[in-house]
Design a protein around this ligand. Sequence first.
Ligand code: PLP
Length: 401
Amino acid sequence: MRTDLLQRLAAQQHQRASQQLVRRLRTLEDASHVRVRIAGRTLVSFASNDYLGLAGHPALRKALIEGAQRWGVGATASHLLGGHRRPHAQLQELVCDWLQRPRALLFSTGYMANLGVLGSLLGARDLCLQDKLNHRSLLDGAKLAGCALKRYAHADLDAAVRQLRAHPDCGALWVTDGVFSMDGDLAPLPELAALAQREQALLMVDDAHGIGVLGPEGAGSARAAGLGVPEVPIYMGTLGKALGCFGAFVVGSDTLIEGLLQFAGTHTYTTALPPALAAAAAAAIQVARHETWRREQLGLLVRHLRAGAQRRGLTLLPSATPIQCLVLGGSQAALAAAQALERAGYYVPAIRPPTVPTGQARLRISLCALHQEHEVEGLLDALAAHCHSTAQPGREGTHAH
Ligand SMILES: *Cc1c(COP(=O)(O)O)cnc(C)c1O
């Protein structure tokens, strides 16, 4: 008799429920900058990846509206079959100019960009080397490519080199997040790039959380580390996080981009990004480059949050980026903290396994240039009140299951 696939899915769902791991969709009834309306209440949100506060920026709204008026809504076809419009071409040129890279290619999402790059470069006889905390899309990309996938302990470059040396004769792609999405720390890019060059592995950086936030003009973690195309030959950035839009790009050499254009299925066989969105993303890049106060404000808020947490005996994970995490241990502890914050007027979702390792459920606080210091202060007070009332210092895991 065949397995009933839906019944099996239901059983897996039951198991998740028994471990406090069920995910629920929350509908935001309104969202304006850092304020969101959920279940009839207005909360200050520390949940979005809109680090620069661009998603509601007037210049982006205007570019989107004018783009829709000029180009309509949908691109109507894939890039290669008539969907590639002038705003896409202009956006690609702007990305190249901003990041000082020779060529760029747009993808509809970062997930698809990652699948496309890994699928184009890697085959069954190759090796893909990844940090254990890399984003899920990079793991999926390696699985789909059918290559050998080796994951090293977070930021353990000695282990990474050992794994490369154990496979001396195959093509090797070394892939890392630039900023780790659920921890907020930076990959050690200068050391990593030097080792990749020495071991003749091709390096790819996924900078979904670094682009717009780090480096000169917000040009991302590779530029922040002074690394160009020779050191970081493949660089992926998304348009849906700090840039407040939607979509993604890959930049690199002519050879890379030409190859992706020929072989990346997630580019060829999907509808192009709406042209109006490409126009909005171009406007976002202009704002991100030139409104430097947004990055300065973020820097201030990060320091304010970290100092305030320390004063209250709350230990955050090491991070100099707008992603700041308080590890609480069990899923129940993380959920309870998120609920307490919500009662106090703050939206900070709990991040649970399998998104993070078992026993490391956490609150992921993401800062935005539009937050004010008193809002950060209020969040810290609410967090301290909760943690101290549950004797939950944020230093160790609780024993809740
Ligand atoms: C969000 C994210 C992606 C996926 O980007 P989307 O454009 O949202 O699909 C890829 N990599 C990392 C590290 C991310 O955080």
